[in-house]
Design a protein around this ligand. Structure first.
Ligand SMILES: [Zn+2]
Length: 289
């Protein structure tokens, strides 16, 4: 666990996504929860060691399982964007079964067994644009930006100059655009650049600063440009998926290559759909007319 300021902590070595918390004078506010049950229980102990206070809120920066599955071990006082609540509402038995199957396939039967007891803790408070928590001398701003998902929101701990970005910022790995919107994402990064923050806790990767934003914007801009060109040249979505040349923009460990490739193609596919919306039917379809 990393102490970022006197009252703000982050952990970048749990699976699923980075997590953090803020010790206010009146309880602890959490940002995201570790996905793997033993790690979520370990996290609860870490928090208790640092803060002799109750957990009062848990903010999920989006609805992806890497951010929300550990909620049940921490608190029921969950806050998310309204769109995340809508998604999480649909996490039923088939969602749980897919999760169990994935961990069995990955040869982690003990994790799979833990998920037999999965309880999805739905948010009890949602917001649509912005919301501010004033607690124990801290101002914690929740700011909806979208981009990575329609729900993606930032958590700005104003007095400490710390920004938790969820997956809107990831360091040293491909951003996942497969459920998002690349144009909104670029706007979100521009917005973050204007905020007065000293430290950024990204959704994945090490704690970072503004330089990481630059690289990420560059990646998304390049992806948009390449997909646009291929789309306008009449390439199909599948062809575009294999032609976009950005897979080596970030180093990928061998064991993650297959999964990353799949997610990369999903991102390209999503951007391709955006181009369709911007430019109308594909050039081939127009030819057929
Ligand atoms: Zn996410």
């Amino acid at each position: 666990m990393q102490q970022i300021t006197r009252d703000v902590y982050a952990e970048t070595n749990v699976r699923g996504a980075n997590v953090g918390f803020v010790v206010t004078g009146e309880g602890v506010v959490l940002i995201d929860s570790p996905m793997i049950p033993p790690e979520a229980r370990w996290w609860r102990e870490q928090i208790a060691e640092v803060a002799d206070q109750e957990i009062i809120y848990l903010i999920n920066t989006d609805h992806h399982r890497g951010h929300v599955l550990g909620n049940q071990y921490l608190t029921t006082a969950v806050i998310t964007h309204e769109a995340a609540w809508k998604e999480m509402k649909s996490y039923g038995d088939s969602f749980r079964q897919r999760l169990i199957n994935r961990f069995i396939k990955d040869d982690e039967p003990e994790v799979a067994a833990e998920f037999e007891n999965l309880k999805i803790i739905l948010p009890c408070v949602t917001f649509t644009n912005r919301m501010t928590l004033y607690k124990g001398g801290k101002t914690i701003r929740l700011i909806h930006v979208g981009g990575h998902t329609a729900a993606s929101s930032l958590v700005h701990v104003v007095e400490d100059g710390v920004l938790f970005t969820g997956d809107v910022v990831v360091k040293g790995r491909h951003p996942f655009i497969g459920h998002g919107n690349s144009k909104d994402w670029l706007n979100a990064l521009t917005f973050i650049r204007k905020l007065r923050v000293k430290t950024i806790v990204p959704g994945h990767g090490e704690v970072c600063d503004r330089e990481t934003l630059q690289m990420l914007s560059e990646y998304i801009r390049q992806m948009r440009a390449q997909v646009r060109k291929l789309y306008l040249a009449g390439r199909s979505k599948t062809e575009t998926g294999s032609r976009v040349d950005l897979f080596n923009f970030f180093p990928i460990p061998d064991k993650d290559r297959q999964r990353t490739r799949k997610r990369f193609k999903a991102s390209v596919g999503r951007v391709y759909e955006e181009m369709k919306t911007s430019y109308g039917a594909s050039p081939e379809a127009k030819k057929r007319k």
